[in-house]
Design a protein around this ligand. Structure first.
Ligand SMILES: *Cc1c(COP(=O)(O)O)cnc(C)c1O
Length: 390
């Protein structure tokens, strides 16, 4: 007897039978798989096969394999966002009341807010240090933190800590080191090679590269990563299959994009440097940048796609007016896109900091951050300069 349309609608077209192997990975949207026999299902649990996507998912796993390879890591675990990845690193530590945590005082505002909130819940004392300052690093010995969180290139001032020194000082103080490499991607820095235990990326930025999927990764040794993978099964902050697929597609061109972003950013920084109306340009590739020499040792193949600059005499209203005058660049609070993005750190990435914290970090109201895209750098520089001049 022919099956009813009600049944056909559910069971027809669920499987392909083919020996062909698609060159690009499929998007595995199935949340759950079935197995021919119950023994096999039983043997497939606990991450041994793809039973249920929260436990283990095909697309996330392909991305993890690619990011691990780029980070030169044994293992990688992907999360729904960069923030979920950072939270997983915090929660993987066995915190006791009174333990210390070090975060970068000039780092991403949301990271500082997240870690301060988590620390408060666990009775952990937070110390925000400028890790690109050797004198501040000396404080680790006495603070004896359990975890040190650093950024490869800080947001938005683009300081470049000497990660070898940060790793050495962390180890001497008995701390584990987590490096958020989002601003430079694993193409420019593989922090595990400098001695970090955790290499964190918000894949939402350069790794994906097209502002169309969120995600985060943590890479390290298998021993370091396994507990995070196990915790993720219960926490549930997994990366969805479509996001993982898009991000992996971005990975394919990451080395070429980063090379071009670095070249374009240097060209734009040089055009802005000394131009009328611009007070100072911050780019680690300029010899005027305080960390230029360190950046040469810490970054390979270029100085990144981020440029920051201050508009002469601009207050908040003047900075906002600049954002409204750019024609090619898009005023959007993110980075790492093929499109040039501009933003005002004081009211965007650092908005969760208090005015005092911003001043201490050196984030002024006239500061603009640029994520230099893949357009012709002369067009980008012209656009920024006309918006400054107007
Ligand atoms: C964007 C960003 C994050 C957070 O990543 P999401 O994917 O937005 O959650 C963390 N660290 C840095 C340096 C970032 O720029």
């Amino acid at each position: 007897m022919a099956r009813s349309p009600k049944t056909q609608a559910i069971h027809a077209g669920t499987r392909l039978s083919s020996k062909a192997r698609p060159v690009a990975p499929a998007i595995h949207v199935a949340a759950v798989s079935d197995f021919d026999d119950a023994e096999l299902l039983d043997a497939s649990f606990d991450g041994k096969d793809y039973v249920y996507t929260r436990i283990r998912g095909q697309n996330a796993e392909l991305l993890e394999e690619a990011v691990a390879a780029l980070e030169d890591a044994e293992a990688c675990v992907a999360f729904a966002t960069g923030m979920a990845a950072l939270k997983a690193v915090f929660e993987a530590q066995s915190w006791k009341t009174g333990d210390a945590l070090v975060i970068p005082m000039d780092g991403y505002g949301a990271t500082q807010a997240l870690y301060r909130a988590l620390a408060e819940k666990h009775g952990v004392v937070v110390h925000a240090l400028r890790l690109s300052d050797a004198a501040e690093l000396n404080r680790l010995e006495r603070l004896r933190p359990k975890l040190v969180v650093a950024e490869s290139e800080t947001n938005p001032l683009l300081s470049v800590p000497d990660m070898r020194e940060v790793a050495r000082a962390s180890k001497a103080a008995g701390a584990k080191l987590a490096v958020d490499g989002t601003f430079v991607s694993p193409i420019l820095q593989r922090s595990l090679l400098f001695g970090a235990e955790y290499a964190v990326q918000s894949t939402t930025k350069w790794i994906n590269g097209h502002s169309d999927a969120m995600g985060g990764t943590v890479s390290g040794t298998a021993e370091t990563i396994t507990p995070l993978r196990k915790a993720r099964v219960l926490d549930g902050a997994v990366l969805g299959p479509f996001e993982a697929w898009l991000t992996l597609r971005g990975v394919r061109t990451l080395p070429l994009r980063m090379a071009a972003h670095c070249e374009h950013a240097l060209a734009v920084a040089k055009r802005l440097d000394g131009a009328p109306g611009i007070r100072r340009v911050l780019y680690p590739g300029l010899s005027s940048h305080p960390d230029h020499e360190v950046a040469k040792r810490m970054l390979s193949g270029g100085f990144g796609g981020m440029v920051a600059f201050e508009i002469e005499g601009a207050d908040r209203a003047a900075a906002f007016a600049f954002l409204e005058r750019v024609k090619l660049a898009r005023p959007a609070p993110s980075l790492g896109d093929v499109t040039t993005l501009v933003m005002h750190p004081a009211t965007a990435s650092a908005r969760r900091l208090t005015a005092e914290q911003r001043t201490a970090a050196g984030i002024n109201e006239n500061l603009i951050r640029v994520s230099v895209g893949l357009e012709d750098p002369d067009d980008v520089a012209e656009d920024l300069l006309q918006a400054v001049r107007a």
